[in-house]
Design a protein around this ligand. Sequence first.
Ligand code: PMV
Length: 334
Amino acid sequence: MSKHTVAAPANIAFVKYWGARDLAQALPLNASISMTLDVCRSTTTVEHLAGPGADEILLADASGALEAAPDGFRRRIAEHLGRLRQAAGSGGRFVVATRNSFPAAAGLASSASGFAALTLATAGALGWQLSAREASVWARRSGSGSAARSVLGGYVEWPMAEDTDEGSWAESLAPADHWPLADVIVLVETEAKEVSSLDGHRVATTSPHFAARLAAVPGRLARVRRAIAERDLAARGRALEEEAIELHLGAMSSRPPIFYWKPATLTVLAAVRALRGRGLGAWATMDAGANVHVISALGDGDAVAAALAALPGVVGIIRDQVGPGPATLPEGLF
Ligand code: PMV
């Protein structure tokens, strides 16, 4: 039977998916917009084998060696494989191996890249030809809503559509070459975060600030859409920082509260403001984690990275940028 390998990128949300109408199906309470990355990727090989037996799910360790994936990760992958197998009306079993080019589960959207790669590689192994829309719907059904955006490159919107499972998918706003932006990812922690984004969605609406952010989102989406169309760095940057602060304000004031930030997160945010004071066009955002994504013109990435790498509490920098989206690879992980 057949084997298929896909590398799918992470994405950084400019306007974020936070809170769900239906968490199991990842149907959001608001539309979101993201930039697909290039360097932060999950590479997944899926082999479909005839005959009975359990699916085998492997994860590459830091040295690249494949080992059995941890329980929580394995369970979510097995559920998604089951969903895809059933939809294909197919039997058999899968062998799956995944390697991330970046630290997993530290708020760097490893679930987005991981489930986008898993969805596309499994479809390939099953011989499915998915349209971009079907790929996005299927990636979303993994339960990681942001994976719906990672099947596309460049600038992507996941609109608030009909209230149905079939009606919710992400669409391209502009290709990567429309606007070459850098994402300097400033790492202040590389361990798995304490609270998953799924648990964050679960309690999102309990924050007294949730309704206020939700009411602000349509205006913010319009500003970000316009800023992307017009390549307006400052307008996009202001909306980006507002959104990040309000998302974390919501998380910190939910019941129970969730603190994704570390002290060094604030150090980096202050340094980014200081960079702007010196005339550099750089703006920061964080997903559900402590690490800071600093977005600037591509040509300013070197200056941004040089200014932030030596700050106290910074343990590493990943130099990323807007990228073209997933790719099928000729070589598998096994
Ligand atoms: O797709 P999930 O369930 O991992 O949630 C993503 C949550 C954020 O990263 C905070 C926002 C986003 O839109 O990516």
